[in-house]
Design a protein around this ligand. Structure first.
Ligand code: NAI
Length: 336
């Protein structure tokens, strides 16, 4: 165990967020990691208290602590406030969204041997949120692609591949149709690929990439792509290994890191003690490694693997009947 206490920001979010973050805080505590959590509201909860969905004190807290663990935040569909999740990534320049997709022991899924990582550009593309009505009945939504952001995410993906001893980076794009926008993304990734001769580089058009992913996902290694494709392909890939309850993620900037699961606030099961905390727990394992807490990370991952392999106590989304509370208790018992 590292000697010092970590000061970290905790953003419980809403929907199933408070349930899964509480579960993860309990597990990390039992794992023996010394953490002072600075709890911060975001989204609907923050709006009700402060009138803002992304309060300055939250941004200050993450900037001060440099690392945060975040639960999901609901975004209203077609109306209402802009996404807090997108806003946070932009405000803190968390430009790289890293989503490792692996089979978990004991979790039945359509494929075995899936071991890929999605690297999603996090700051631009259609998520720039620039939309306007030209005349009633016609809306223009702007897709922003810059050489700077495309080069930065490509450099991140290749450096990540090299550091993690991965062998291939695949750029996912639609440059056959969006010749300028995705064309610029692709040119930028190609230029970076020439500086990383030890990493194999290839390209797939996004629609074909989806077909290949659902037929032979084990052929993929690191995939780098613009924001929107990254969002959609991440959920598709979660479906390859057991669903949204089991896939973690990290939003990384130059100095700041916010760890959060791929899934959303799951309003259909919120408040019912049904949510699977595994995705956020695996995000926390990524966070522990980021903090240099390697032993604690291994201990938590081993407990998760043990409980999942035993198969007696699992949440409903992965074929069991256990509640969030029961599953969390089993994880804690596996570490004691
Ligand atoms: P969702 O990921 O919340 O749920 C999709 C399906 O997966 C639901 O059936 C849900 O019950 C299930 N699911 C998700 N996480 C689960 C877990 N941990 N355990 C068990 N089952 C789980 O996606 P949806 O319904 O499209 O979005 C709901 C809200 O979440 C929206 O407001 C959306 O904008 C927001 N959202 C927030 C994200 C974030 O905070 N980073 C990411 C994605 C969506």
């Amino acid at each position: 165990m590292a000697a010092s206490t970590h000061n970290l920001t905790l953003i419980p979010g809403d929907g199933i967020g408070p349930e899964v973050t509480a579960a993860v805080v309990t597990v990390l505590d039992v794992a023996g990691v010394a953490i002072n959590w600075d709890r911060q509201d975001a989204g609907i909860v923050a709006f009700e208290r402060t009138g803002q969905t992304l309060p300055a004190e939250l941004l200050d807290s993450v900037t001060r602590n440099t690392v945060a663990l975040k639960g999901p935040c609901t975004t209203p569909v077609g109306e209402g406030f802009a996404s807090v999740n997108v806003g946070l990534r932009k405000a803190l320049d968390l430009f790289a969204n890293v989503r490792p997709v692996n089979n978990l022991p004991g979790v039945t899924s359509r494929f075995s041997g899936v071991d890929l990582v999605i690297v999603r550009e996090n700051t631009e593309d259609l998520y720039a949120g620039l939309e306007h009505v030209i005349v009633p009945g016609i809306v223009e939504s702007l897709k922003i692609i810059t050489e700077a952001a495309s080069t930065r995410i490509a450099e991140f993906a290749f450096a990540y591949a090299r550091r993690e001893r991965r062998t291939r980076v695949t750029a996912v794009h639609k440059a056959n149709i969006m010749k300028l926008g995705d064309g610029l993304f692709l040119d930028s990734v190609r230029a970076v690929s020439r500086r990383f001769q030890d990493v194999t580089y290839d390209e797939r058009i996004v629609d074909a990439a989806c077909m290949h992913l659902v037929m032979r996902p084990e052929q993929f290694d690191v995939l780098v792509m613009p924001n929107l494709y990254g969002d959609i392909v991440s959920d598709l890939c979660a479906g390859l290994v057991g669903g949204l309850g089991v896939v973690p993620g990290a939003n990384l900037g130059a100095n700041l890191a916010v760890f959060e699961a791929v899934h959303g606030s799951a309003p259909d099961i919120a408040g019912r003690d049904l949510a699977n905390p595994t995705a956020l727990l695996l995000s926390a394992v990524m966070m522990l490694r980021h903090l240099g807490e390697m032993e604690a990370a291994d201990r938590v991952k081993a407990a998760l693997d043990q409980v999942m392999s035993a198969g007696r106590i699992r949440t409903r989304d992965v074929g069991g009947t256990a509640s969030t509370t029961d599953f969390t208790r089993a994880l804690c018992e596996a570490m004691t």
